[in-house]
Design a protein around this ligand. Structure first.
Ligand SMILES: [Zn+2]
Length: 132
């Protein structure tokens, strides 16, 4: 039960969402508390919940129901896509030795890999790609 001072706005509002410091099930970036789990009327089990970032809430059902082997193949393809994007960046820099990269170049290289992986996974899920 809320105290009168809380109702008057003297205390911070309670969090509406529980804290789940985890990763988005699609892109592996930080999730925002958007969970998905199909509710089974027979077992009433929602024990396995996946979490997503804002951008990938619409893909939660797709990735939840994906078979692990299919997901592994999509992840491997996404890693290659991310590597291609990062490789193109290195080509643009005309650097092949990461030891010669500045800190800013290194951060951009890593950002391209992380973002490229998530974007590729999302793109493949949106396209309904399931490797068979
Ligand atoms: Zn995401």
């Amino acid at each position: 039960m809320k105290s009168l001072s809380a109702l008057a706005g003297n205390e911070p509002a309670p969090r509406l969402l529980p804290v789940h410091p985890g990763c988005c099930a699609v892109c592996r970036r930080i999730e925002v508390g958007a969970g998905y789990a199909p509710f089974n009327l027979h077992t009433r089990d929602i024990s396995r919940i996946i979490w997503t970032c804002d951008a990938h809430i619409p893909l939660a059902r797709e990735i939840y129901t994906m078979k692990p082997n299919d997901l592994t193949e999509i992840e491997q393809d996404a890693l290659m896509d991310a590597g291609d994007a990062a490789g193109q960046y290195l080509d643009g820099l005309q650097k092949t030795d990461i030891a010669t990269m500045t800190e800013a170049e290194w951060r951009e290289f890593l950002r391209l890999i992380v973002d490229g992986f998530g974007k590729s996974i999302a793109m493949r899920l949106e396209a309904g790609q399931a490797p068979f």
